[in-house]
Design a protein around this ligand. Structure first.
Ligand code: GAR
Length: 189
């Protein structure tokens, strides 16, 4: 049985989809969700799913040691970033090389990098006149959104899309594919 830790800062819809996918799984279980925001909706979502959450301060996220201690205490095999909007300390990236993955709401390398998250990404896609967008699941390295891509799926961008309508289509894609891609990856660990 593999152990997953989720890092999340926001709504937590992906975190919930992942926790539900693995709820009765013989492959893996979501042991804990770590956040940098005490009032993020992800805490309530994880409560629903029976997953404990813990919030760390900006200093703790910068320093990394206490977070590493938690990850080791739960014997974590894979860290999944699901809408996590803080930088991961290098000590964690090094300790979990190719065991940290992120989901990004565009077809990387388009519309990635610092400052590109959530609605900023969808606005950039619309502003660029792209007719396709999608999701990218990739390994996390020290380069923001720069790690090797594991999986991509695309969807159309409609002429009358707003960042909100595009986000909804992207979220559907994420919830469909992210848990399955995680399971496939865990089977190779
Ligand atoms: C997701 O669409 C995810 O791809 C995006 O934040 C959203 C979180 O939604 N992540 C990024 O933009 C990272 N650069 P959720 O909290 O409902 O899972």
């Amino acid at each position: 049985m593999k152990h997953i830790a989720i890092f999340a800062s926001g709504t937590g819809s992906n975190a919930l989809a992942i926790a539900q996918h693995f709820a009765d799984s013989p492959v893996a279980t979501v042991k804990i969700a770590l956040s940098n925001r005490a009032n993020a909706a992800v805490h309530d979502k994880m409560k629903l799913a029976g997953v404990p959450t813990v919030t760390f301060s900006r200093e703790q996220w910068t320093q990394g040691d206490e977070i590493l201690n938690v990850l080791r205490a739960y014997d974590i095999d894979l860290i999944v970033l699901a809408g996590f909007l803080s930088i991961i300390p290098e000590s964690i990236i090094n300790a979990y090389e190719r065991r940290i993955i992120n989901i990004h709401p565009s077809l990387l390398p388009r519309h990635g990098g610092p400052g590109m998250w959530g609605h900023h990404v969808h606005q950039a896609v619309i502003d660029a006149g792209d007719t396709q967008s999608g999701i990218s699941i990739h390994y996390v390295t020290t380069e923001v959104d720069g790690g090797e891509i594991i999986f991509q799926a695309s969807c159309p961008v409609m002429p009358d899309d707003t960042p909100d309508t595009l986000a909804e289509r992207i979220h559907d894609l994420e919830h469909t594919h992210f848990p399955a891609v995680i399971e496939e990856l865990l089977n190779t660990l």
